[in-house]
Design a binder for this molecule. Structure first.
Ligand SMILES: NC(=O)c1ccc[n+]([C@@H]2O[C@H](COP(=O)([O-])OP(=O)(O)OC[C@H]3O[C@@H](n4cnc5c(N)ncnc54)[C@H](OP(=O)(O)O)[C@@H]3O)[C@@H](O)[C@H]2O)c1
Length: 408
């Protein structure tokens, strides 16, 4: 029998227990033997649950148990998750985690320890929930030079932006609704400020570039400044606004950013709505593909953990090539990457607006249905070039990135 321990029995940890129980028959068929959760580490004791008797409160009861070969980390955060995971790997146990904060902060070291100990440190569930994006980058896209990854990686913010788009509602109102529905945390900063997306695109960039991309070096902007007028312009232009994390391989390096971006109707990300995630990957020979699905939630995320467990169980005595190698890779400043931009200006004078549009490479400005302002969708520019050009316009209100292609 394969014995698994779960550290942290909250939403995802209890989901892992459930999937192992619910899908026992299919797991046994796939693995040729029984697989069971043998211990659960948590701060609580879960009286009355089917796993009450499995609960332990001391990590050493897992680390020192020679019968436990696979450990699932679903506690979240880095303290004490980092120490606990490291102890398990050093004790020769395989680990799978859903914890993007842990992987983004300590992934390089933990991958290295796993290699040295001939065990596996997997983290399929850390990005894209139930979407197998991490394994796909390693195996499905093997032999490709990955040129670009652009993804909607956070369901909470996508839910908020989709509602703002469809209902014309304000950020504050939709956030409050998302909190009522349980899609957003009481403290929503990690989602709405883009930090969650930042850690996820850091992990995907590390995989694509095969080196450590530090999330702290990624230019990150959230969605708190997106307002109803931005969406009114976007709709007029047949576009929408999404929060993306994006990595682009360039001739002399790569750049990464997280921020809101206008996308046209033909962009694959346009149709990713509500709490779903979508990740577009471009390979040098492959062209463009997109993965789409449930990017979070108990059972989708637990299913990704289970996929890791199955791969580990099929490779009990071998470190399967996975992750990235040591060595820090610094992204180029995102300000040097080409985009178009939606720029909003104060003023209602048609002639001045036309001049402004032409100065930014647009045929004409776009006027809202009311109000003394207008917007211009620029030609392709770097952010640094845009800033230089905008220095001549004291009436700039704000600007938002727009996709390079697909907007008329
Ligand atoms: N929820 C999702 O949809 C989702 C999706 C993808 C990835 N993830 C990631 O998965 C991880 C877990 O998320 P979650 O939503 O399952 O969180 P959660 O519901 O808060 O579960 C965490 C569990 O770990 C326990 N715990 C915390 N510190 C502990 C410690 N020192 N020792 C033992 N147990 C401890 C918590 O106990 P207490 O409740 O008593 O504190 C709780 O039961 C996070 O890294 C998250 O980012 C979540």
């Amino acid at each position: 029998m394969i014995k698994v321990a779960i550290m942290g029995c909250g939403t995802i940890g209890s989901g892992v227990y459930e999937v192992i129980e619910n899908n026992q028959a299919v797991l046994q068929k796939e693995l040729g033997e029984e697989i069971r959760v043998a211990k659960i580490l948590d701060l609580r004791s879960f009286p009355g649950t089917p796993y009450e008797k499995l609960v332990v409160n001391d990590i050493s009861l897992i680390v020192d148990d020679p019968e436990i070969s696979i450990v699932v980390e679903t506690m979240g955060g880095t303290k004490p998750a980092y120490q606990f995971v490291k102890s398990c790997l050093l004790a020769g146990k395989h680990v799978t985690t859903s914890n993007k904060a842990l992987v983004a902060a300590h992934g390089t070291e933990l991958l290295q320890i796993a290699r040295e100990k001939n065990v596996n440190f997997f983290f399929e569930a850390a990005v894209g929930g139930g979407i197998p994006v991490i394994r796909n980058i390693g195996t499905g896209y093997a032999g490709q030079v990955i040129e670009e990854i652009t993804g909607i990686l956070n369901g909470t913010t996508n839910f908020i932006l989709t509602k703002m788009d469809r209902e014309g509602a304000s950020f504050e109102d939709v956030l409050a609704e998302a909190q009522r529905l349980g899609y957003a945390e009481k403290d929503p900063s990690a989602d709405v400020e883009g930090w969650d997306t930042c850690r996820k695109i850091a992990i995907l960039s590390s995989l694509a570039m095969d080196g450590e991309v530090d999330f702290e070096e990624i230019e990150t902007e959230g969605i708190t400044k997106i307002d109803t007028a931005d969406f009114a312009y976007a709709r007029k232009m047949g576009t929408s606004i999404r929060l993306v994390g994006s990595m682009l391989r360039e001739e002399d390096g790569f750049s990464v950013f997280v921020g809101p971006m206008m996308v046209g109707m033909d962009d694959p990300l346009y149709s990713v709505s509500g709490v779903f995630n979508g990740i577009v990957i471009r390979g040098n020979q492959l062209g463009v593909t997109m993965m789409y699905g449930s990017g979070a939630g108990k059972l989708p995320t637990a299913s990704a953990v289970i996929a890791d467990i199955v791969e580990i169980a099929k490779n009990p005595a071998r470190n399967v090539p996975f992750g990235w190698h040591a060595g820090k890779l610094s992204p180029k400043p995102a300000g040097a990457r080409l985009h178009r931009f939606l720029v909003r200006f104060d003023g209602a004078d048609a002639a001045a607006a036309q001049k402004t549009a032409e100065a930014l490479g647009a045929k004409a400005p776009v006027f809202p249905d009311g109000g003394a302002e207008f917007a211009v969708l620029t030609e392709a520019l770097t952010k640094d070039e845009l800033k230089e050009k905008l220095a001549a316009f004291p009436n700039v209100k704000k600007y938002i990135r727009a996709a390079l292609n697909g907007i008329a």
